[in-house]
Design a protein around this ligand. Structure first.
Ligand code: SF4
Ligand code: SF4
Ligand code: SF4
Length: 187
């Protein structure tokens, strides 16, 4: 009988400790869920298009939480979300006026002027999404479908032969704005 009682007590103690550990882990998860970065990310569209200049919404959310980026860089999110982001990160001075024009404009991508390119390969090494192709000492090229328009290659090129160009207006180049369709309740 005493042996059984001891076993029950030990079992209860083990369960109690396990419960405490699980509760601690759940608190940690809640804290993470509630972090500034997480709250920022929940406001972003989640389409990972890279138009903000970061390789995806998570990266932009992290940069915003670390105060390393402006809150008005996500065009697909729209001006309202940008303003909310500004309040969240304590930066309400960013400009939002040009959103309409940019929302309905095609993406901008890097373009290499082949005649001036020496093929040094610096841009290719710098590109975060591997959008630049070319072999050393020959002209390089940007794949517009992959380019996220981050400007890294432009800032790196010693020949200054890369510029941003705006892609043609067509469906594949459209800046999809998932917040632009407002569902209104029927009257
Ligand atoms: S522009 Fe907006 S939707 Fe696109 S990757 Fe950046 S944060 Fe995400
Ligand atoms: S702008 Fe240049 S570095 Fe940035 S994704 Fe496009 S090609 Fe790559
Ligand atoms: S950095 Fe400039 S010069 Fe060098 S390969 Fe790229 S485009 Fe050409």
């Amino acid at each position: 009988m005493i042996l059984e009682l001891k076993f029950i007590l030990i079992l209860a103690a083990v369960l109690l400790v396990l419960g405490l550990i699980l509760s601690y882990l759940s608190t940690l998860a809640d804290k993470k869920e509630d972090s500034a970065e997480k709250r920022i990310e929940m406001l972003l569209p989640g389409i990972n298009c890279g138009q903000c200049g970061f390789p995806g919404c998570s990266a932009y959310a992290k940069a915003l939480a670390d105060k390393k980026a402006a809150p008005n860089l996500c065009r697909p999110a729209g001006a309202d979300v940008a303003k909310q982001l500004g309040v969240l990160v304590g930066d309400t001075n960013a400009a939002y006026g040009d959103y309409e024009e940019q929302l309905f404009s095609p993406r901008q991508v890097a373009y290499i002027h082949e005649n001036s390119c020496t093929g040094c390969g610096k841009c290719k090494r710098k590109c975060p999404v591997d959008a630049i192709a070319g072999v050393l000492k020959e002209a390089h090229m940007v794949d517009p479908d992959l380019c996220i328009g981050c400007d890294d290659c432009i800032n790196t090129c010693p020949e200054k032969c890369i510029e941003k160009i705006r892609l043609d207006h067509d469906l594949s180049h459209f800046n999809w704005n998932i917040h632009s369709v407002q569902i209104k309740s029927g009257s």
